[in-house]
Design a protein around this ligand. Sequence first.
Ligand code: SF4
Length: 303
Amino acid sequence: MTHYFSLNDYCRKEFGKKLYKLSLDGAMTCPNRDGTVGTGGCIFCSEEGSGEFSEKCCGDINTQIENAKKRVAHKNKNGGYIAYFQSFTNTYAPVEYLRKIFTEAINHPDIDVLSVATRPDCLGDDVVELLKELNGIKPVWIELGFQTSKEESAVFIRRGYTNDVFVNAVKKLKSAGIKTVAHIIAGLPGESYEDIENSVKFVCAAGIWGIKIHLLHVMKGTDLEKLYSNGYFSCLDMNEYLDYICRLVQIIPGDIVIHRLTGDGDKRKLVAPLWSGDKKRVLNVLARKMDENKIIQGIFHNK
Ligand code: SF4
């Protein structure tokens, strides 16, 4: 039984094959770290800028693509590739630099899609114009770390922008024909299930094309770790999280592509919740819960 419209489903329909992500490092920083917006970054963000699996800055983009391909070669059976600029804020640089690295990635013969993770406050007109141009060569997806629509939480996690900045960015990208993927975090301190549901409804209403739901991970060396160690909050347990996911999937409109429903932090740096380190088990339990409860994406959409 198919429970939801996954990224794999989309890729098979659109490209006729599975696409593998190659995480690349564009050697950029983040305005929420360098003092432009803030200095400490978001409280959950690790020193890798939320990009633990990226190829470390090791030369040009082509070299990074070739190295990253080797990492997924054992599981790739006739699939294609997504060039994914993941760490830090990947549009936070002069547009000519962005043109150079993104063009190199998109023109690589094995790349089918360019995916760029960034902040909605780093999408000036010149950047969107460039993305629009590149989108004419191959599909460009923009991933925005929104995390929550509860403004109080956004201030607490030091996101550094208000909800309207996100809404305007999605609108701007949509007018340029570019697909947006929103990231939501479930389990932020002080948030109830209803808060998470509101965040999901908020991004869906804003006009996104895809969504990633992450479990809040406490990573070593982050400010979130200090709060966790001091007993300021506790993490969701597995059943609680998966019950949330089953409910959330049902309110996501059926045409929105669900890119992710579980987190995937670097196990060597994961402090909590440790159950999330066993991804296979988590996915098995989720599949069972979805089967038992006959979960279908979008069935409550119009209610
Ligand atoms: S915007 Fe992204 S890279 Fe910047 S501090 Fe927040 S999570 Fe880290």
